[in-house]
Design a protein around this ligand. Structure first.
Ligand code: GLY
Ligand code: MN
Ligand code: MN
Length: 442
């Protein structure tokens, strides 16, 4: 696959304009880049830019701060970033530097990050409201308080410090929830790479392999296409599939196991999130197939609710109703459907929600409820739909034949004007499709 050019500078500029318009002329918005994190001694975790910062700048360097000052006559879009430094750049790679940032990122002005202390109090002065993510980066919180105090110290000289402090996410999360066309292009690519990776793992599996070998096949495919894992890949064989956030990925796969893989690529910052569950041998047992069919049916019921104008919560309700009916039919639950739903006794086997927003973060930002009610689905939203059933190996009162089976099926869905687009369509999903795909392996 040819690499995509990425989100154009004009989109970042448009997002900043929109955000500033919502914040108002007397506001100032302060967004630090993600801090670098030490992994051990002098080595760091792979650097990942803060999603909000990325959304508004496309800039992937650490050591930067974006300051938006709506209506400021000398420039509204200000970036503080690391200065060029031939010695450091020889070790760590090129930096854009303040001189380069104006053109490269469409800023009105850019300054060395070391000048932040000196310049920021002056930018805060005279603004009424500060939008910032309080509590996300404690070191930066303290710096911001210090700059505010510097303005307060000047009050006797007539300085006007800001007096309203607002959560930046209040504005920004809503913007990020609705994906623009250029974002969907990138998300389709993240989905396509992830599908190839899942297909590679399904193709590679053999009894007696280790879970990490499948993880290697997956992540090799991500990397081959210029992507990386959007989150730690989950590869759970047999009862490990019942551990919802299993990441050990070190067990041996038995011939009779189902393998659950929950993994997604991040491409140009955007995540995909897919789960497939398939038999190591290529053939489902009778019980495995019964539960897999049920999860598939729940996903279909949930997908029907993924349309504009319907409450988001309907998706989950359709899924758990289908799962509960099936669990009663198969004898894993007893009693009436009404009681099982009212008492939520199905949660023994289906403990998680059926989906979440998806975007720059795998569990993306955006409210699920508005004014105490489930919010209505709208075009541009992207979500996962991921019903699951898990019968722990030690589940009391359950016929042994069901024990240790864990199944989740997860796809990514973009809401359109009149329905939805499954971004992850085409990867084998049903038991028949999976068996057929695996039987055709070379
Ligand atoms: N991979 C995490 C999730 O499915 O939500
Ligand atoms: Mn998910
Ligand atoms: Mn997932």
């Amino acid at each position: 696959m040819r690499p995509l050019a990425g989100i154009p500078q004009a989109s970042h500029a448009r997002r900043r304009r929109q955000l500033m318009r919502m914040a108002g002329e007397d506001a100032i918005l302060v967004l630090p880049a993600a801090p670098e994190r030490v992994r051990s001694r002098d080595t760091h975790y792979p650097y990942r830019q803060d999603s909000d910062f990325l959304y508004l700048t496309g800039f992937t360097e650490p050591g930067a701060v974006l300051v938006l000052v709506p209506g400021r006559s000398h420039g509204e879009n200000l970036l503080f970033c690391r200065e060029r430094d031939p010695v450091r750049e020889a070790w760590d790679g090129p930096r854009v530097g303040p001189e380069g940032a104006v053109d490269a990122l469409g800023m009105d002005d850019a300054y060395p990050i070391d000048d932040l202390d000196e310049i920021l109090p002056g930018l805060l002065e005279g603004r009424t409201r500060v939008y910032y993510h309080f509590g996300r980066d404690t070191d930066f919180d303290l710096k911001l308080i210090g700059w505010l105090n510097r303005v307060r110290e000047q009050m006797r000289m007539g300085a006007q410090p800001p007096h309203e402090f607002l959560e930046l996410g209040h504005l920004l999360d809503e913007m990020r929830l609705f994906k623009a066309r250029e974002e969907l292009v990138v998300m389709r690519r993240a989905a396509a790479i992830s599908m190839r990776a899942h297909a590679a793992a399904m193709r590679a599996v053999q009894p007696e392999m280790y879970e990490f070998e499948l993880q290697a096949a997956l992540e090799y495919t991500f990397r081959r296409h210029g992507a990386e894992p959007a989150y730690e890949s989950i590869v759970g064989a047999g009862a490990n599939a019942c551990v919802l956030h299993y990441r050990d990925n070190r067990a041996r796969i038995d011939a009779g196991d189902l393998v659950l893989i929950d993994a997604g690529a991040e491409y140009l910052g955007y995540a995909a999130d897919i789960t497939r569950t398939f038999p190591a041998s290529g053939r489902f047992s009778r019980e495995q197939r019964a539960l897999h069919d049920l999860v598939c049916m729940a996903q279909r019921a949930a997908l029907e609710q993924a349309r504009p104008g319907l409450p988001f919560e309907n998706i989950h309700e359709a899924s758990v109703r289908t799962l509960a009916e099936g669990l009663l039919r198969l004898g894993l639950l007893k009693g009436s459907l009404r009681k099982v739903l009212a008492e939520e006794s199905y949660r023994r086997f289906c403990p998680h929600k059926t989906g979440h927003w998806l975007g720059l973060d795998v569990h993306d930002v955006g409210e699920y409820r508005v004014d105490g009610q489930s919010r209505l689905i709208e075009p541009g939203m992207v979500m996962t739909i991921e019903p699951g059933l898990y019968v722990p190996p030690d589940a009391p009162g359950v016929d042994a034949k069901w024990r240790g089976i864990g199944i989740r099926i997860e796809d990514d869905v973009a809401i359109t004007r009149d329905g939805h687009e499954v971004l992850t369509e085409g990867l084998p999903r049903s038991a028949d499709e999976v068996e057929e795909f695996m039987a055709a392996r070379p």
